[in-house]
Design a protein around this ligand. Structure first.
Ligand SMILES: *Cc1c(COP(=O)(O)O)cnc(C)c1O
Length: 380
């Protein structure tokens, strides 16, 4: 055992320009929200991915809370989402009084089983919140069809899904985050592109654009005032402070400039894992990620799914003994201490299986995956 050679699960990658841009932001004299770097980030996203309107937020959690406010979630409304997700996906709607209706995961993928959604719709359903787990698209044609049929909103939790795509039945390849009425991205340091903490709401439905600016600016029409569209600004709606300092945006912009390089590097690592572990997968030791034909892979995550909790935990422990840190992921939200007593739905066996059996391997820019691959090979 060699204590100096630790392979962490994640290591934030710095492009080298972050400090320089932060310095520029500081020198510009305007370091509150919506300064020059925030505008550059908005333009980058709108230009690169064709999003209708982007607004940076302080986190994806905040972006989801904004989405919940924008679609006017009220006490007793129902929102359908996977149980295998991060707490923020649910909290954003619970904060407004919604009842969460959890949907089971797919057999071949931790994302929600699109074929189960329609059976969960009731007269109180207001929204569907698909989570693009590991940056792999949910089947958005199926989800939008149900949403259109019952007049529901779709809020994409695209926290992990930057630079990932969905190709629908019409053959058009669309970026994730551009398909639902609203979408939320995360720039937390565990994501492909990061600013420590950070996020963004994407508004694809024109009806929400003006109100999104207001809610993000404490319920004021301050954004219109700064554009010279009104001669004074005031309190016009509910809202909160959802916008990040321009210092955060400066950091993020340095990352965005290197998006292609970061993505290429992550893809190389992901592909190396996939190629070199395929033989063990074929022998039945574990399953590897499935990328459906309609989805692209942004290499956000590489995971293995074992047959049992014991086997998964044995692998975590054995890797840890060699200073390699692999981690499990979500604990089913419908069984969480906070929601279990409130949950009235059915058992979600696939969700529970991923809670017990999924293992995420280290994946970051500077990783040498050979260390992890050879350690795993040695275990079987
Ligand atoms: C990371 C993540 C979030 C939360 O993002 P923050 O920016 O930390 O608030 C929400 N949902 C999913 C699916 C995530 O992976």
């Amino acid at each position: 055992m060699n204590n100096t050679n630790i392979t962490p699960f994640n290591k934030p990658y710095l492009t080298g320009k972050e400090g320089h841009y932060i310095y520029q932001a500081v020198l510009s004299g305007k370091i509150s929200g919506d300064g020059i770097f925030t505008k550059r980030c908005h333009e980058f996203f709108e230009f690169t991915f064709g999003f209708r309107k982007c607004l940076l937020t302080t986190s994806c959690t905040d972006a989801l809370e904004m989405a919940s406010l924008l679609i006017d979630i009220k006490e007793g409304d129902e929102v359908i989402m996977p149980s295998y997700t991060f707490v923020s996906t649910a909290n954003a709607f619970v904060l407004r009084g919604a009842k969460i209706v959890f949907c089971d995961s797919r057999k071949d993928h931790p994302g929600m089983d699109e074929d189960l959604i329609e059976g969960l719709v009731t007269e109180r359903t207001r929204a569907i919140v698909p989570v693009h787990y590991a940056g792999i698209a949910c089947d958005m044609d199926k989800i939008m069809q149900v949403a259109n049929k019952y007049n529901l909103y779709v809020v994409e939790d695209a926290a992990q899904a930057i630079d990932s795509y969905y190709t629908g039945a019409d053959g058009v390849k669309r970026p994730l985050g551009s398909i639902g009425h609203l979408a939320a991205f995360s720039f937390h340091e565990t994501k492909n592109i990061m600013s420590g903490e950070g996020g963004m709401i994407v508004i694809n439905d024109e009806r929400f654009v003006e109100r999104a600016e207001i809610i993000r600016e404490k319920g004021t029409n301050r954004s219109r005032f700064f554009r010279g569209e009104v001669d004074k600004y005031g309190w016009v709606d509910i809202g909160s402070s959802f916008l990040p300092s321009d210092i955060i945006a400066a950091f993020l912009y340095a990352q965005l400039e290197n998006l292609a390089d970061i993505q290429n590097k992550r893809k190389q690592i992901w592909n190396q894992y996939h190629t070199e572990l395929s033989e063990l997968a074929a022998k039945g030791h574990f399953n590897m990620p499935v990328v459906p034909a309609y989805a692209s892979n942004n290499s956000h995550m590489f995971y293995l799914v074992f047959d049992s909790l014991d086997e998964r935990n044995r692998v975590i422990k054995s890797l840890k003994d060699q200073n390699i840190y692999s981690v499990f992921h979500y604990l089913s939200l419908h069984k969480s201490p906070y929601y279990e007593a409130k949950y009235t739905g059915e058992e979600l066996p696939e969700t529970d299986r991923y809670s017990d059996c999924l293992l995420r391997l280290p994946l970051y820019y500077e990783l040498n995956p050979e260390i992890v691959i050879s350690a795993i090979k040695a275990l079987f």
